[in-house]
Write a protein that binds this ligand. Sequence first.
Ligand code: G
Ligand code: G
Ligand code: MN
Ligand code: NA
Length: 254
Amino acid sequence: MQLQQDLRQAIDNNELMLYYQPKFKATDGSMSGLEALIRWQSAKHGFITPDRFLPLAESSGLIVLIGNWVINEACRQMKVWSLQGHRDCSVAVNLSALQLQHTSLVDVVAATLKKHELSPSQLVLEVTESTAMHDAETSLKVLNNLSALGVAISIDDFGTGYSSLLYLKQLPANELKIDRGFITELEQGNDDEAIVQAIIALGKTLGMRIVAEGVETSEQQMLLTRLGCDILQGYLLGKPTPASASPLSNTALT
Ligand code: G
Ligand code: G
Ligand code: MN
Ligand code: NA
């Protein structure tokens, strides 16, 4: 398929880039980190959204190469921000199921941190429940080894996948991201508030930091803060932008 062929060339042609969306501490509003989100600016096809090319990358296996590129680029950029004084911030990278099937991912992450002289605490790896459930035995081994490096593991889109609490308990996760599906209508007085409350209680019981994603209104922001969410992310607080337009690039601390 042509699009897949072109995607294969996209890395070499410098057509892939990362956007970054900021995440903020709920209590004091300070920035805690950013999530890296891949974009493909194709000379031939124009701007292609990840929803269109990531499935192709996954089915062709290209996601492993692309994923390694993402890890390197996110770490490179985080080092730039770190040198500008933002040492307490972390960058989060999304992982696909196939990446967790390769035990070499652990070496890639370790080598990349070393190459950029980045502290493991400055990298977060986001996996979904379903991603981690895919060949659960290998995934769990890889996640445990990644966790042992000192990088944080985050469970993305929580509440949408299918996973047993028994499996969740085994995951070496530091962070739980409540899926935006529970946030969108949060202030409208439905069951979502009770569900969010239950997720927060569960996550905290398991010792995890709680992130709410998809925060779009100040009512949601206030409610989530009151319910005990640690970190907030969403269009209200900051949209994904190129690194140069990120709040970090505009507030050097040194
Ligand atoms: O950025 P948003 O626009 O559209 O992202 C769409 C989807 O693509 C989300 O589910 C997000 O997690 C995923 N995604 C974005 N960047 C990456 C990436 O670098 N790797 C993987 N595996 N998924 C990504
Ligand atoms: O699956 P994951 O959570 O990694 O995907 C993040 C996706 O959510 C990206 O596509 C990003 O652009 C999008 N996103 C981030 N904040 C918001 C928001 O406040 N509202 C909506 N609708 N999408 C958001
Ligand atoms: Mn994510
Ligand atoms: Na998500």
